[in-house]
Design a protein around this ligand. Structure first.
Ligand SMILES: [Zn+2]
Length: 340
């Protein structure tokens, strides 16, 4: 390796390798290979002294030029690669303002809560106030005072969770009616929304569910007031055009008792699976407060009369939103809840 032709091919090979180096590590390998102590070029320079004088001058000069070219190319490429690395690092740190933001998942009101609130607002607009009462209740407030003494067959209608000899999880919010009337004098119009408990579980029954109980007591309250208030309520929540009807029914704490139906919201009264082809949906139970209940709270039933009603919030929410399984309300599956 001591003629100028070999030096030319060595130079071309070195410059090509330097240009092809994609990072500083590959460039360092090229530096070692072409300018290192064991490189072919350094060997030429070491041996140049042994050449004939004329050749020595030519080869020595060219070898030094090649060494300088390769050194310059290495420095130049190093500068390029370092700049490119800095640019890549700064790009990785850059926040791209044009990227769409991450969507925040916001919660919202549960369909049962919004239905309860809607019901409460409708009755508030008719002058009802909202009252609260205990969920763990005595037998007296849950049954006895509502004209359901221990031997009364009506107690069989409700499978009850007992939590002690005299304590139970209330089976309806009617206990609030007793507690409110015991502490206050008429006129009274009260709404009592809350959780109630019964031993029942299938697609339309949950062992814990929500009820709204309401009642009105004053002098000369009649069945006409009951029909007027409840018809107004049903039309407010299911639409003005809906027909309603009352059917006689039995509840121990009212006399007479009635169930109120609304024209089926699924088929508009034509008859479907939900209304069992009747065209009507039962929506609430109601009646004139039984004189014995008034007597239990110390009201003079000759002077005062009143009506009471109760409905399941789940039932109203299921009909309003066309939900077929009550358990969906309590599973808290976001995919279900996000639809409301
Ligand atoms: Zn129907």
């Amino acid at each position: 390796m001591n003629d100028t032709e070999s030096l030319e091919s060595l130079r071309n090979e070195a410059l090509a390798a330097i240009g092809a180096a994609v990072d500083l590590k590959e460039l360092e390998a090229a530096r070692v290979k072409y300018l290192g102590r064991k490189s072919a070029l350094l060997a030429v320079l070491r041996e140049v002294g042994q050449l004939e004088p004329e050749k020595r001058a030519v080869v020595g000069k060219r070898a030094n030029e090649v060494k300088k070219d390769v050194g310059d190319a290495l420095d130049h490429r190093e500068g390029d690669l370092a700049a490119r690395a800095r640019e890549a690092a700064s790009l990785a740190d850059t926040f791209d303002l044009t990227l769409p933001g991450e969507r925040f998942r916001t919660g919202h009101v549960h369909p049962l809560a919004s239905t309860a609130e809607e019901i409460v607002q409708i009755f508030r607009s008719m002058g009802f106030e909202v009252a609260d009462g205990p969920e763990i209740e005595t037998e007296y407030h849950n049954f006895e005072a509502l004209n359901m003494p221990a031997f009364h067959p009506a107690r069989d209608m409700q499978d009850t969770f007992f939590v002690g000899d005299d304590l139970l999880l209330r089976t309806h919010t009617s206990n609030v009616q007793i507690r409110a009337m015991k502490t206050r004098k008429p006129p009274l119009s009260v709404l009592a929304p809350g959780r109630v408990y019964r031993r029942d579980s299938d697609i339309t029954h949950s062992p814990m569910f929500h009820q709204i109980e309401g009642f009105m007591v004053d002098e000369r309250i009649t069945l006409g007031h009951l029909k007027s208030v409840l018809s107004s309520f049903v039309r407010a929540i299911f639409g003005k055009a809906r027909k309603v009807r009352f059917r006689p029914s039995y509840f121990p704490f009212v006399e007479p008792g009635a169930e109120m139906d609304v024209e089926c919201v699924m088929c508009d009264g034509k008859g479907c699976r939900v209304c069992k082809s009747s065209g009507w949906l039962e929506i609430l139970g109601a009646g004139m407060i039984h004189p014995k209940v008034l007597a239990h709270v110390g009201y003079d039933s000759e002077k005062y009369t009143g009506f009471a009603f109760g409905m399941g919030i789940e039932r109203v929410a299921m009909l309003r939103h066309r939900i077929s399984d009550i358990r969906l309300f309590f599973e808290n599956d976001v995919r279900f809840l996000e639809q409301f």
